[in-house]
Design a protein around this ligand. Structure first.
Ligand code: ZN
Length: 368
């Protein structure tokens, strides 16, 4: 397989400022490093390099998304505001989304990177692609930055695929530990785009991503949510893919599949309460690739989202890229012996209850 790779050093220069975890420093909060900082992504790129995988990937050069491309999803006023605040040295895009000087240009480059990855896959220059972009995108809404996301990179790329490249049906599988609210809202009434989000229940954004959120109007039945209980491991995630994600893709028959590649479901991620490990991520990615082979000649575009463990995000990311490439490197994940022995990695009854609920809704929604 030929796998495209999007990266730009400027992605690492998006400045989330002084914070403790996700709250801005000040008052009782001593200044510290923001949880969404360059290090986990930079170290993933470094591990791709050291493992020898990077040199097997095909460089796909990012470019800034144009105003027209941004405004297929975002409002003109929102884009204007981000541009002005960035010019003035930084601000907050809305809800927990601090940014610094030049972040407007960097966020445009992130959205444009996913567009270029999409074009490379649609052109057949590469078979599939991984866009290691920053800032992330899946929480951003039309007029509001949320959860560290300025522009909806993947939603904007999917809209480009539909509007400019005449792609008919697009599926988005989001296994980031947080709900893919931005992508969902972008296509909530659209039967041509199927967002599927598998996430930690009732986490972020608060109160969103329930199984009953299935789309509206013409899009009813074309949104899928699986809110897993905290503590879910590889067994729960694989069962979700077996019973919900893959059957949904098989019923929908997409012409292009996106993966919102958040690795914050990893066992020691500071922001997630799940127990995934690199071999779990590899397995989930391989199942998506099989579905992509069945439906759309393997056309799969992954866009990086969350993943906040500097130590571990690189190993999860490496496994996903290796899966896309269809080849393992010599690097063995040194954390695997610990994570695979964690108790409750296998499917638990209370997790299965939620999965069955989502599967039942899916049966009704996609039957017609
Ligand atoms: Zn996340």
């Amino acid at each position: 397989m030929t796998t495209g790779f999007v990266f730009d050093e400027r992605y690492m220069w998006h400045d989330t400022g002084s914070a403790a975890a996700f709250l801005p420093a000040g008052g009782s909060i001593q200044p510290d490093t923001h949880v969404e900082n360059p290090e986990p992504k930079r170290r993933l790129r470094n591990l791709l390099d050291v493992s020898g995988v990077l040199e097997t990937l095909t460089d796909v050069e990012p470019r800034p998304a144009t105003r027209e491309e941004l405004e297929r999803f975002h409002t003109e006023a929102y884009v204007d505001r981000i541009a002005a605040e960035s010019e003035a040295g930084g601000g907050d895009a809305g809800d927990l989304t601090p940014f610094g000087s030049d972040s407007y240009e960097i966020a445009r480059l992130a959205a444009g990177g996913v567009i270029e990855a999409t074009d490379a896959v649609l052109d057949g220059t590469v078979d599939d692609a991984y866009a290691l972009v920053r800032p992330p995108g899946h929480h951003a809404e039309a007029d509001l930055g949320r959860g560290f996301c300025v522009f909806g990179n993947l939603a904007i790329a999917a809209m480009h695929a539909r509007a400019v490249r005449d792609v008919d049906r697009v599926a988005v599988v989001d296994f980031d530990v947080h709900h893919g609210n931005g992508t969902q809202k972008a296509f909530y009434d659209d039967p041509n785009v199927l967002p599927i989000s598998v996430h930690q229940a009732e986490y972020y954004p608060p109160g969103e991503g329930g199984v009953d959120e299935i789309g509206e109007g013409d899009g009813e039945g074309y949104t899928v949510n699986v809110p897993l209980p905290p503590g879910s491991g590889v067994g729960a995630y694989e069962t979700v893919f077996d019973r919900v994600v893959i059957p949904a893709l098989d019923a929908f028959e997409p012409d292009l599949i996106y993966l919102a590649s958040g690795v914050d479901g990893g066992a020691i991620d500071p922001m997630g309460r799940m127990m995934l490990h690199s071999e779990g991520y590899r397995e989930l990615t391989e199942r998506l690739l099989d579905a992509a082979e069945r439906h759309c000649d393997g056309r799969l575009v992954a866009a990086h989202e969350g993943g906040y463990s500097s130590a571990y995000a690189p190993f999860s990311g490496l496994a996903i890229v290796e899966a896309l490439r269809g080849e393992r490197s010599d690097v063995e994940d040194p954390f695997m012996p610990v994570f695979e022995e964690m108790a409750y990695q296998e499917l638990q009854p209370h997790q299965e209850t939620v999965i069955e609920e989502a599967a039942a809704i899916l049966d009704v929604a996609l039957r017609e």
